[in-house]
Ligand binder design. Structure first.
Ligand code: UD1
Ligand code: CA
Length: 436
């Protein structure tokens, strides 16, 4: 148990010029989830933080919309113009009148940060009765980071930005990870004293360290173990690199859990997907969003599961199959070339090759549900026009377009009867003046 309440400030006002995009940097996605979503989830998963303040500026409306529709406990605060990280955190001051807990500060563009790390960091701050704790990390190549400056007794006394650093300071390999824990009522005064007389003409958050040391406050540093966690996204290349790191972690977690993955290099599975033991994932499978997949399934090669899939045990999802927001019960097969969206499939269902659930009504723009009950099957190339229910053990003839519910144990076929025209081709050729 902590001694204090905790709130967070998430810095997300910057433009991210190097992304070369009209979209705000923090809304760029990995596995379909915005970078900012990873950071807010990590903060919420600490289990200690009751409210987040997200500092927005560049394309603020878009960021606000995302936060508002996904995170009830998070409030966006506008920072225009963006005068630096110190100015950004200062924007929350009016919302923290009389608050006597801790404020943690994190960046919205570091999606690999983990809740456990943040929790240990806050507990370290609390156990040491610190007034200010800065997360640091050791980098062989510390370029572009603020350097942790210590006096001759190794006491942490300041952070100096690379652009303001002397050659001696630049040689320091301990850097500022950009994550802070602040005992608010002890340090809030620092924000009235920030100056922008530095190389970038910005109000630096990092200057609160020097201020706190001058006030004889308890200033601590906490060294991060895994440097990947503060990997900051500044470019599309960084996005790809972060995707690989997250994916690798996700695949290792699954394999440790007993999932067999034939080719980790061509398999992408989102961190929020759970899969039970002895499921086999074949090459070129792409799974995003939140999904639950059971045991002994066979998935792929070339399968795409988009989000919201709840798949039972011993289910087959074969090549060129896309599944979205669907429940699929045990022992069901969707083996080839299908789209199953907004659907509920019972157990022992067999979906014929090329079956499509037509779930989207482009006129009203609503998605409708398809229900296929236990033991039913669809013939190849069936189209199931939602909303529609195929009841137990019903059978759909190949090539049918199903627009009405089908009763249990019955057969439904909509295709025109087969007609044959003998010698039709031969007659055509003769009409045209005969064959060569
Ligand atoms: C900052 C730190 C540096 C540290 C590094 C770690 C300062 C002065 N420097 O540098 O010591 O090593 O992070 O990554 O804090 N932002 C706003 N409003 C602003 C300015 C920035 O919201 O007015 C946001 C940005 O969108 C970004 C974050 O704050 O998410 C960090 O800002 P950035 O300018 O990238 O800081 P760095 O130069 O990386
Ligand atoms: Ca900067």
């Amino acid at each position: 148990m902590l001694n204090k309440k905790v709130k967070s400030v998430i810095l997300a006002a910057g433009k991210g010029t190097r992304m070369k995009s009209n979209m705000p940097k923090v809304l760029h996605t990995i596995f379909n989830k915005p970078l900012l979503g990873y950071v807010i989830d990590a903060v919420n998963n600490i289990g200690l933080v009751d409210e987040n303040f997200v500092i927005v500026g560049h394309e603020a409306e878009l960021v606000k919309d995302y936060v508002k529709s996904n995170y009830e406990n998070s409030k966006c605060i506008l920072q225009t113009p963006q005068l630096g990280t110190g100015d950004a955190v200062n924007k929350v001051t009016p919302f923290l009148n009389g608050f006597d807990g801790y404020v943690i500060v994190v960046c919205g563009d570091t999606p690999l940060i983990e809740a456990d790390t943040l929790r240990n960091f806050i507990e370290f701050h609390d156990n040491n009765s610190a007034d200010l704790t800065v997360m640091s990390a050791i980098f062989e190549n510390p370029k572009n980071y603020g350097r942790i400056i210590r006096d001759k007794n190794k006491k942490f006394v300041a952070i100096v930005e690379e652009k303001d650093a002397t050659p001696e300071q630049k040689a320091v390999k301990e850097i500022n990870a950009g994550i802070y824990c602040i005992t608010w009522n002890k340090v809030k005064e620092a924000f009235n004293n920030l100056k922008n007389n530095n190389a970038q003409g910005e109000y630096y958050l990092t200057d609160i360290v020097k201020w706190a040391v001058q006030q004889n406050l308890n200033v601590q540093s906490y060294i991060l173990e895994n440097n990947n966690e503060i990997f900051g996204i500044n470019s599309k290349l960084h996005l790809a690199e972060a995707t690989k790191i997250l994916n690798k972690k996700s695949l290792i977690r699954l394999m440790d859990n007993g999932v067999q993955i034939t080719d980790p290099d061509s398999t992408f599975i989102s961190p929020e997907t759970t899969i039970e033991a002895d499921t086999l994932i074949l090459p070129n499978v792409y799974i995003t969003g939140k999904n639950k997949i059971g045991a002994k399934c066979k998935i792929g090669p070339f399968a795409h599961i988009r989000d919201g899939a709840v798949i039972g045990n011993n289910v087959r999802i074969g090549n060129f199959v896309e599944i979205k927001k669907s429940v699929i019960k045990d022992n069901t097969n969707v083996s080839h070339l299908s789209y199953i969206g907004d659907s509920e499939l019972g157990s022992h269902v067999n979906i014929g090759a090329g079956t499509i659930t037509a779930n989207y009504d482009p006129i009203s723009k609503v998605k409708r549900r398809t229900i296929i009950k236990d033991g039913a099957n669809t013939g190849s190339n069936s189209v199931l026009v939602a909303p529609v229910t195929i009841n137990e053990m019903a059978s759909i003839g190949a090539g049918s377009v199903i627009t009405k519910d089908i009763e249990a144990y019955s057969l439904a076929i909509t295709r025109a009867p087969l007609r044959k025209f003998s010698n039709w081709v031969k007659d055509k050729i003769e009409q045209l003046g005969g064959n060569k």
